[in-house]
Ligand binder design. Structure first.
Ligand SMILES: *[C@@H]1O[C@H](CO)[C@@H](O)[C@H](O)[C@H]1NC(C)=O
Ligand SMILES: *[C@@H]1O[C@H](CO)[C@@H](O)[C@H](O)[C@H]1NC(C)=O
Ligand SMILES: *[C@@H]1O[C@H](CO)[C@@H](O)[C@H](O)[C@H]1NC(C)=O
Length: 378
């Protein structure tokens, strides 16, 4: 796999320093490596300090310009959905378009959308929460919820909360709408199990709920607010140790209390986000959890410019994924390296090749296009 080819030393960099014994040019320094071969280093030309300073300055300036332009591009694309003429979000929320309530979506909205295993993080700050993720094909969305006066508000931090951005209005009601359309009662169709994606109705959508306020108080409100989905039979559930997949799979993370998830010993319709790096000897399995996740930065560490995890990092990643799979859990990392783009793409590719089940992404459009998986993509 190109995973391995990308880890081989680039020819043309090292070979310059390896000389055939006897083939020594005048002026070259000779050195002897432990294992024998003679190494020739090219004679160094001394440059004045000021020249180095100018070169360094130029490199830093270039990197800044590049970073800014990339950041702008990513922002523009993510915030505007797809930047083509068929952008269904172009007039979203504008008065008179019938979209102000967010309880509307275009007919056949997801007709051509192919579901892909990416998880849309920070979903609520996109222009149209939930829909942007679905339109990109992501099979997971995440909402950060805060308990305020008995209701659940959605936002990244307390400053972004407003009374009308609720879990119900941004997530539950639109999902009920979409699934009602996907499961019409006609003389030809009487099913109830279609998911949100036309192209693959059996694909479940993971609704990840990140509790930002105290778990014991917040979780009961979450399960209560899921009732419209529950009463229509649209939630995945586990009964007597058997998992039954439905159109929506609810996963609790953040302050979600594990003891409340497993309070009913035989039945549950919400699942835990188990710690991917602490699965050994634990009780987390497919009857109580769905994902096993951890921060890539914390558990695996940074990845250098070259873009490939080290052997040690790769061994950890493999141990994590195989432990999760042996418990029937889906492995997920969050806090993946996001920049530079070629490092991000390469890490995504390595993780998918290694069997990771869910990519956590902030750049929806990039993640749902396959070209990042091609070697040499920048
Ligand atoms: C929320 O309410 C405020 C004030 O009434 C309004 O300006 C804003 O557009 C509303 N936002 C949404 C998402 O409905
Ligand atoms: C567990 O949930 C099921 C389904 O809602 C219910 O029938 C059962 O009584 C519950 N068991 C306990 C111990 O609460
Ligand atoms: C798991 O249990 C085994 C056997 O009891 C023990 O040797 C091992 O150290 C435990 N691992 C962890 C991470 O606690």
């Amino acid at each position: 796999m190109s995973l391995w080819t990308s880890r081989e030393p680039k020819s043309g960099i090292q070979s310059e320093y390896i000389a055939i014994p006897g083939d020594v040019e005048e002026g070259g320094d000779l050195a002897l490596r432990d294992d024998g071969p003679i190494i020739r280093q090219k004679p160094r030309t001394k440059l004045p300090r000021s020249v180095y300073a100018i070169i360094c300055g130029l490199v830093v300036y270039r990197a800044l310009v590049l970073a800014l332009s990339l950041g702008n591009q990513v922002n523009r694309r993510v915030l505007s959905g797809r930047d083509n003429k068929e952008d269904p979000f172009a007039n979203w929320g504008k008065p008179g378009t019938g979209t102000d309530g967010l309880a509307w979506y275009p007919t056949d909205f997801l007709r051509d959308v192919l579901p892909v295993p990416c998880h849309s993080h920070n979903d609520y700050w996109r222009r149209v929460p939930l829909f942007s993720a679905l339109y990109a094909g992501c099979t997971g969305v995440e909402a950060d919820v805060w308990l305020r006066d008995g209701d659940l508000l959605v936002g990244h931090d307390t400053a972004s909360l407003t009374r009308n951005r609720t879990f119900q209005s941004l997530y539950v009601n639109p999902l009920v709408d979409i699934l009602t359309r996907m499961n019409p009662k006609t003389e030809f169709y009487n099913g109830n199990g279609n998911g949100v994606f036309d192209t693959n109705p059996s694909q479940t959508l993971v609704l990840m709920i990140d509790l930002k306020t105290a778990g014991p108080e917040t979780w009961p409100v979450v399960t209560e607010q899921l009732e419209p989905l529950r009463e229509r039979g649209w939630l995945s559930y586990s009964e007597n140790g058997q998992f039954h997949q439905g159109p929506i799979t609810v996963v609790g993370t953040g302050n979600t209390p594990f003891d409340q998830i497993v309070a009913n010993g035989t039945y549950r319709d919400a699942f835990f986000d188990a710690p991917l790096d602490r699965l050994e000897n634990s009780t987390y399995d497919a009857t109580n959890s769905y994902y096993a996740s951890t921060s890539f930065m914390e558990a695996i560490g940074g990845v250098w410019w070259k873009g490939s995890p080290s052997d040690e990092q790769l061994a950890k990643i493999r141990a994590h994924i195989s432990e999760a799979h042996s418990r029937g859990l889906k492995a997920r990392y969050w806090e993946l390296p996001g920049w530079p783009i070629h490092v991000r793409n390469n890490v995504w590719k390595v993780l998918v090749d290694e069997g990771l089940d869910m990519l956590n992404v902030d750049d929806l459009e990039a993640a749902t296009k396959e070209d990042w998986a091609r070697p040499g993509t920048f």
